[in-house]
Each structure stands twice: as structure tokens, then as C-alpha cells.
Design a protein. Structure first.
Length: 273
């Protein structure tokens, strides 16, 4: 471990120990898995993991979260957090993520209190500071702690440390809830969430590493890493993707020529002002 990373990890450990006990908002992704590992190492049995179950969180992700908690020997709680029942959420406003995070963290805070856990922690890192992240407003309002940002760790450093510690998620593709695939203002429905889920699962099953399927009405806009474009346009793959996407309910299937990037739906915000 290089010295700078060693110092940051020690800072993270010291901070977690100062909390006494912690409930980690746990999705099973790269950041929250690393945070859970660090918390377990710092606090032992004074750590619990809490995962939200909803129609915007694929079953594969929930199953992976459960498996990781078993591997880490961490008590795991699954709370129902049905975003579509939150007032205003279906309309997909610009503060959609705030509405969701506020509701979720209130539930985790209540569960933490029930189990006499002192703090609730979430896994945002330094790279999250630059994008439009209304969910972080809810984090601040409710007093949720952000240990990875406190230790000034970015995504690349978290992956590097995760690899060093042998964590199963060190090279896992980035993931965000399926609701983030919708254009702001487009109504989110369970049917369309399932369309996106099936489409992304197909691409993963075909071996693509980092995928997003953005939904624009009845149009699917596929985001891949540019080095995987060639694979997608191979005739057999292209025909399979097109036929299956049509069966999922899409009328048109497109490839984004820029490729995968986080928060691409936020690119439309300026145009909506």
C-alpha cells in the first residue's frame, strides 16, 4: 500500500472507530462494499448493513449484497423502499434523488436507533462532489456521515485498496439505481424500470463490462465503453440486442457515440433552464 493511500485508510479507520457503532447504507457496489469492509475491520460486531429493496434495484444486486454480508460476517437488514410510492417521485423531477434518499435514510435511521447504533454512513466519495447530486442534500440534512469523503478517497483509490484487500467488488462495474436511466420529467413506471433492467442484464450476459441503457420514451440509448463498440456492431450481437430489446418493449435501439459516462442525464439540465 503506497504511503498516501495508507495514510488515507488509517484516517478512515480512525474516523470509523470514533463513531462507536455504525449502520452502513449498503448497495453491494464498489464504494459501499469497501466502506463496509473498513467499518467491520474498525468496529467488529458494532456494524450492521442495510440494503433497500425496490423495483429500481435489480435482484442480482440484492443477491450480491446478501452474499457479501455473509462473507464479511456482518448482520444484514433489507428494508422495503418503494420509490414509486413517494409523492412526486414518479414525475421524475430534478430532485428525484433527494426524494428517494430522504425516504431511505429516514428508514435506516429508525432501524439504527432500534438496534442502538450510533451513526448511519453512506458511501459517496470525492468524485461525487463534482456532479449534480441532490441526494447529498438529504445526507447533510439528516446527519448521515460520509466516511470516504472524510478520508478524501476517490473512486480509483477505493478500487486500488479494494483490490489489495481482496474484495470481490474491486473491478465491479459502476451501478446506479434504474430510475437514473430516465430523462428528467419523463414518468417513471414499474414497466419501464423492468424494460431497462432486462436490457442491461442482456448486455451484461453478453459480456459487456460497463453498461447503461437510458430510456427516452420508447427509445433505448445504449452507453458502453468505446472499446466495446466493435463488439456490439458485430452482426450476430447487433441482431440479438435489437430483437431482444424489441421484445422488452422498445421501438428503437440506439448506441450513444460518446459512450458510457456517469450522470449523462444531467447533461440535459442546462437545456431545461
Amino acid at each position: 500500500m503506497v504511503q498516501n493511500l495508507s495514510m488515507k485508510y488509517q484516517k478512515l479507520q480512525d474516523y470509523l472507530k470514533s463513531l462507536g457503532s455504525v449502520a452502513v447504507a449498503f448497495s453491494g457496489g464498489v464504494d459501499s462494499t469497501f466502506l463496509l469492509y473498513a467499518a467491520k475491520e474498525a468496529l467488529g460486531d458494532q456494524v450492521i448493513a442495510v440494503t433497500a429493496s425496490s423495483c429500481s434495484f435489480p435482484k442480482r444486486e440484492l443477491n450480491e449484497a446478501k452474499a457479501i454480508c455473509d462473507e464479511f460476517h456482518v448482520r444484514h437488514f433489507v428494508v422495503a423502499s418503494e420509490e414509486l410510492e413517494i409523492e412526486g417521485f414518479r414525475q421524475n423531477p430534478k430532485n428525484r434523488c433527494y426524494l428517494c434518499k430522504r425516504e431511505l435514510f429516514e428508514k435506516i435511521l429508525a432501524l439504527a436507533k432500534e438496534h442502538h447504533i450510533a451513526a448511519v454512513a453512506e458511501g459517496s466519495n470525492m468524485d461525487d462532489n463534482g456532479d449534480y447530486r441532490p441526494g447529498l442534500i438529504a445526507v447533510k440534512e439528516l446527519g448521515i456521515v460520509s466516511p470516504l469523503r472524510y478520508a478524501e478517497l476517490n473512486k480509483e483509490e477505493i478500487r486500488s485498496l479494494s483490490r489489495e484487500f481482496g474484495l470481490p467488488t474491486w473491478n465491479k462495474q459502476s451501478f446506479a439505481c434504474l430510475s437514473s436511466r430516465f430523462v428528467y420529467g419523463e414518468t417513471i413506471t414499474e414497466e419501464k424500470l423492468q424494460m431497462v433492467d432486462k436490457a442491461e442484464q442482456l448486455l451484461l450476459d453478453l459480456g459487456f463490462q460497463q453498461v447503461r441503457v437510458r430510456i427516452h420514451g420508447n427509445i433505448a440509448r445504449i452507453e458502453l465503453m468505446p472499446q466495446e463498440f466493435e463488439k456490439l456492431i458485430q452482426e450476430d450481437v447487433r441482431k440479438t440486442v435489437y430483437a431482444d430489446f424489441k421484445s422488452f418493449g422498445f421501438s428503437y435501439v440506439t448506441l450513444d457515440l460518446i459512450g458510457y459516462r456517469t450522470g449523462s442525464m444531467n447533461e440535459t439540465l442546462d437545456a431545461q433552464k
